[in-house]
Design a protein around this ligand. Structure first.
Ligand SMILES: *Cc1c(COP(=O)(O)O)cnc(C)c1O
Length: 401
């Protein structure tokens, strides 16, 4: 029998916290549920009534305008999902077949898959405890060890391949240290493709996540803060890149009243108008969603206060997080005890889940180049997500009146 004393205590504390925050909710309590409390029905019905459901229609333009306004990006290009958004974002930043792209091992598989879709190879880097995102000082040391400056750019001395870009990912809406990363990337001449799929409505030093890199990517999948059913977007301040993104995602069709002429092999990655209509209604309610997400996070912090066997993950300094998913770190936890804890809380009716299995431990990515990844391993073994729907936010006095 394994020595699990402190872990058992942590699980008991965890159940206590879940009971105090979400105990009144109907079981099972979902990890994250979408909410359609605005004009979703009206806008979708308008699409059906007008017949503009697919590749033409005004909701796509409106959705892109709203996204640009919210994030402060000059341009937003709506696409069919976040993975497709990452794929074209990498392409317009110059990622070529045979290149390597720096990616945190602690991410959703889409980040690495998008690199592979470019014919490139993900090169996994470590994360840091505080933000759960890319650890910039460790990355700097790694690049000094393996990096070589050549006329074609940065080269991995060990593999011989060009390193073409870096993709930081803002885990659960919490910002990576973008100030330091922008500096490091500039030093090595690397474009930043920001995976802000989980971070719509998050800010670092007052600047929206997704607008720190050359391009930034958002997702509107069903489990994200704001959903279009399925959808994504690429943000950029560059008119040239925005034009290029639009072209690549719309089969590279040249504008003409009736002729079909295409000037390169491209993608059908355009977001249908029907999905954009849903998105327009969702975005109208973003401020309210964000306010309740932060209130829910505050409730978790309150409930966890004084417990020393676990800690709720907090937004890093300078970051105003959207708290898309709340996360709890079980201190001194290994994978078997984490799994025992997950079984207990799920049995108790609270949908909780571990982080993603680190990419370098997935069969298809096991042979990829990588840095040492001790912190990512530790985070993956000890952090779990807890129910985070905005509807779970404790009511304010005003709500009760
Ligand atoms: C959701 C997500 C994506 C994109 O996912 P899609 O389902 O394709 O929209 C990419 N990266 C991360 C980190 C995500 O969480």
């Amino acid at each position: 029998m394994m020595e699990v004393g402190p872990q058992i205590r942590a699980v008991e504390q965890l159940i206590g916290i879940l009971d105090s925050v979400a105990g009144d909710a109907k079981r099972p309590v979902a990890l994250h549920e979408p909410e359609f409390a605005g004009r979703e029905w009206e806008y979708v019905k308008d699409c059906l009534d007008s017949g503009w459901v697919s590749s033409v229609g005004s909701y796509v333009d409106g959705f892109e305008r709203q996204l640009a306004e919210i994030t402060g990006a000059r341009y937003a290009v709506a696409v069919v999902n976040g993975t497709a958004a990452l794929h074209v974002a990498l392409r317009v930043c110059g990622v070529q077949p045979g290149d390597e792209v720096l990616v945190p091992t602690l991410t959703f598989v889409a980040t690495a898959n998008a690199v592979t879709h470019c014919g490139a190879v993900p090169h996994f880097v470590d994360s840091e405890e505080r933000s759960l995102g890319v650890c910039v000082p460790t990355l700097g040391r790694h690049l000094r060890e393996i990096g070589e400056r050549t006329a074609q750019g940065l080269r991995n001395r060990k593999s011989g391949r060009r390193i073409a870009a870096i993709v930081p990912m803002h885990v659960f809406g919490h910002a990576c240290d973008m100030v330091e990363l922008v500096e490091l990337a500039a030093e090595w001449g690397l474009p930043i493709v920001e995976d802000a799929a989980e971070a719509l409505g998050s800010y670092l030093h007052g600047r929206a996540l997704g607008t720190w890199g050359r391009v930034g990517v958002l997702s509107f999948n069903g489990n994200k803060l704001v959903t279009t059913g399925g959808g994504g977007a690429v943000l950029t301040d560059s008119a040239e890149l925005a034009r290029r993104l639009k072209h690549l995602t719309t089969t590279a069709k040249l504008p003409h009243r009736w002729e079909f002429v295409h000037d390169e092999v491209a993608y059908n990655y355009r977001l249908p108008n029907l999905n954009a209509a849903l998105g327009c209604a969702q975005l109208e309610r973003l401020p309210d969603l964000l306010e309740r997400k932060r209130r829910l996070a505050a409730a978790y912090f309150d409930a966890a206060r004084g417990n020393d066997d676990l800690a709720v993950i907090a937004e890093p300094a300078g970051c105003r997080s959207n708290y898309w998913l709340n996360a709890v770190r079980l201190t001194k936890c290994d994978e078997p005890t984490r799994d025992a804890a997950l079984k207990m809380v799920n049995d108790a009716g609270f949908q909780c889940r571990p982080l993603w299995r680190p990419m370098h431990r997935l069969a298809m990515y096991a042979e990829c180049p990588r840095a040492t990844l001790p912190v990512a391993e530790q985070i993956a073994a000890s952090v779990i997500n807890v129910p985070s729907s905005a509807a779970l936010a404790p009511r304010l006095h005003d709500d009760l009146i």
